[in-house]
Write a protein that binds this ligand. Sequence first.
Ligand code: GDP
Length: 201
Amino acid sequence: YRVKQSAFVQASTRVSDCPKDGLPEFAFVGRSNVGKSSLINALVQKKEFAETSKKPGKTQVINHYLINKSWYLVDLPGYGFANVPTDIRSTWNTFTKGYFLRSDSLVCVLLLVDASIPPQAIDLDCADWLGRNRVPLTVVFTKCDKTRKKVDGGKLEDNVRGFLRLLKKSYDQMPPWIMTSAVTNNGRDELLQHLYTLRTY
Ligand code: GDP
């Protein structure tokens, strides 16, 4: 499966403003700095397609990108900024969780998890919430090129294994998971193939 065509469609500030043409949607979400923009750029093979690491403003937006004229890649606001006022945090919750619950076309949430740091409670909480609300989830580990380097006291393999072990507490049946790197493009084709397979169900 190849991305032959990709185009920005719109930025929505309300869930009710999102496109309603019924095309399947795959939503990318994760902590800020997880590598979401880099991964999206790698998937569509464009350099500055998704904007990188923006400071959280007052307005949070849901960006819809149309891929191969047949499905939406949905870029959701990042969560977990340090020192973010509670009102922005609660906006994230209402806005993004509202999208998860109200989007009829949402096929699957791609939860991005930084493999170069130990499991974070905020990511596990997000996965747990999705599970409880029966929103289909695939875990996408990012920055998997950082192998064998000790980062924050944890090795990449230990971080991944640790996260999956903790995830098991929330899920009877483990969600699919994929390891990726926007630097080496590892896992990119696997992820695209995975999305393609989900669409055909
Ligand atoms: P976002 O805030 O989730 O959109 O994250 P960005 O895509 O802006 O990436 C945050 C930081 O992580 C940047 O400094 C990137 O260069 C770095 N980064 C992103 N993806 C990777 C990756 O796959 N490998 C490595 N080593 N660094 C990455």
